[in-house]
Ligand binder design. Structure first.
Ligand code: ADP
Length: 334
């Protein structure tokens, strides 16, 4: 089973890599972020210096990893990628840092999950390009200072709030990625259909874009599902109605909400009768991990105007009540 899992993961990664744009021009959306990054790249190229450290924040699948690679391409620098939970010992970090060339980018995904003692080593690395590591333990313990090449750290996080303020303050630029508009997702899907050789008309792509929760990764996954569906149904092209049937089969509704989105709204309205709910209780009620609710579901439901985060807990809005035709006794019932 482990073999199958790892093989599937590799295949998924491969698939994402195939669809990953390499240049800003192939990356629709996030206009303000792209503009800022382009300026940083150009300025650092002109000065012949390493880029300053950049923090990319936002829900999963919005293009943080992709942007880090595009930045490296645009700057013409090398990039090494790792992730917060993978770096367990100071030596792991020191090894990565000393292996970089002048001007290289170190990309740390899920940087909020770096162990705190490792994070502390990053401070001097980011600020002064040195790292002090302890050799040996006990009586023989001594610390050695290693000089590092001038590198650029790009951190990605789904939770900016979880980052310690000393770390946050060491990034020169913080960019927040937003959910994509439907027309932007249509552009992304048009390119994906091209790369994957999928036949789809504009209405078909529009339907998929509309129901992708504003997220390119989801859009790219859905178009593959719709392609399979069309193939089995012997449809030669993905049209609006074909996409609609395929997505409905996945329990993605007309408003683009999926089963878990609906379960969350319904739990608050019905089980908790519209009263403010804490994250823990909500997670238990819908059978999903707290972290996933916080990173994936809530931000989208909030942006779409179904949910509010208040000091007392999560509450649903009138829009959510109208959707289910139920009025809670708490919340913002007028
Ligand atoms: P994150 O690191 O934020 O979780 P990724 O950068 O891994 O997201 O993107 C997930 C998938 O979505 C990748 O296949 C990527 O190519 C695609 N993607 C994300 N943003 C865009 C975009 N603006 N244009 C085209 N494809 C995108």
């Amino acid at each position: 089973e482990r073999f199958i899992t790892s093989e599937l993961n590799a295949r998924e990664e491969n698939f994402e890599a195939t669809l990953r744009p390499q240049v800003f021009a192939d990356f629709p959306g996030q206009d303000r972020v792209k503009e800022r990054l382009r300026i940083m790249v150009e300025a650092s190229t002109n000065r012949g210096e390493a880029l300053s450290h950049i923090l990319l924040c936002g829900p999963p699948g919005l293009g943080k990893t992709t942007l880090a690679n595009i930045i490296a391409n645009a700057r013409g620098s090398g990039i090494k990628s790792t992730s917060g939970p993978v770096i367990e010992k100071p030596g792991d970090l020191a090894g990565m840092l000393t292996g970089l060339n002048e001007g290289d980018i170190l990309f740390i995904d899920e940087i909020h999950r770096l162990p705190i003692q490792i994070e502390e080593y990053l401070y001097s690395a980011m600020e002064d390009f040195v790292i002090d590591i302890m050799l040996e333990q006990g009586v023989g313990a001594r610390s050695v200072r290693l000089n590092l090449p001038k590198f650029c750290l790009i951190g990605a996080t789904t939770r900016q709030g979880k980052l310690s303020s000393p770390l946050r303050s060491r990034f020169t630029m913080t960019c927040r990625l937003d959910y994509y508009r439907v027309d932007e997702l249509e552009k992304i899907l048009t390119r994906s259909a091209d790369v994957l050789n999928i036949a789809a008309d504009t209405a078909g792509l529009h339907e998929i874009a509309r129901r992708s929760r504003g997220t390119p990764r989801i859009a790219n996954n859905l178009i593959r599902w719709v392609r399979d569906f069309a193939q089995v149904r012997r449809e030669s092209i993905i049209t609006g109605p074909v996409a609609d049937q395929a997505l409905t089969m996945l329990d993605i509704d007309k408003d683009g909400l999926d089963e878990m989105d609906n379960r969350i709204i319904e739990a608050i309205l019905v089980k908790f009768r519209g009263r403010p709910v804490g994250l823990k209780s909500l997670a238990v009620a819908v059978g999903e991990e707290e972290g996933t609710i916080e990173d994936v579901y809530e931000p989208y439901l909030i942006q779409e105007g179904y949910l509010l985060r208040t000091p007392a807990g999560r509450v649903v809005t009138n829009k959510a009540e109208m959707r289910f035709g139920i009025k809670g006794i708490g919340g913002d019932v007028s």
